[in-house]
Design a protein around this ligand. Sequence first.
Ligand code: AMP
Length: 279
Amino acid sequence: MKIYTSRAVLSKFLLTQQSSKKSVGLVPTMGALHKGHLSLIKAAKLKNELVVCSIFVNPTQFSDPVDLAKYPRQVESDIEKLKVAGCDILFLPEVSEMYSKDEKWHIDLNGLDQILEGLVRPGHYQGVTQIVKKLFDTVKPDTAFFGQKDYQQYMVISEMVRQYSLPLQLIMCPIIREEDGLAMSSRNIYLSEDQHREALALNKGLQLAASLFSSSSILEIKKKVLQFLKNEPGITLEYFEICDSKTLKTVEEKKPGNLVALIAARIGSIRLIDNILLG
Ligand code: AMP
């Protein structure tokens, strides 16, 4: 696996590959890799001749400097995992490589950045689109792979791709879970054993929503799931919503097309998100 830290050098190398018609798949990550990330590498390998994984803890998507500082960083073990997974190229830039001082960025995301995660984490999706656009510009991938785990992020990036008519395909890969159902996340390593058990309530709430879907109204589902979550120890719910899977607008009634149930909660100081497609 080749490792690049410079945008210019990586770009130049990829241009030579692309001119010999090799297709390139990109998997953007913030590192502390787990099986969820590695499933994206696997999907990228199936569809492309060259797979680029980026590891960059992007400061512009964090509003809390403490959260940024304590985000897990495990580059050495990440490199080993990527080698085993058969990743061809790791892009591992420093912050100064990706940003100039006082850089400005704003994209109108059609309101998608103002709801759900965007309400709790103002500016988060501006930071996400800012870095993902830079990664797309550097790598010029044919296909970019993202996890359903960050469902709203996928919809936000789709909106950016649509607005700029970016010449690439986005692929959303399924959520990889622990055997007990907890969605894998780099932040899970901070959960104590008790907290891990408490965190299972997120997936259980989503499973309850899915099991009620055919027999209950949206309002009944929401009521029962909220009641369930209220009785679960250790979790502080931020939101549980049932939304249109494309616009992410909350729905009050069932309608044709897919819906998605999304949840965010804190277990102690650790913030987790999860979701499930309904219908
Ligand atoms: P992150 O490093 O958390 O920014 O995630 C990088 C990519 O991995 C994003 O596209 C995530 O949606 C995806 N991802 C994270 N966790 C999972 C998971 N449990 N299953 C599938 N994809 C995931």
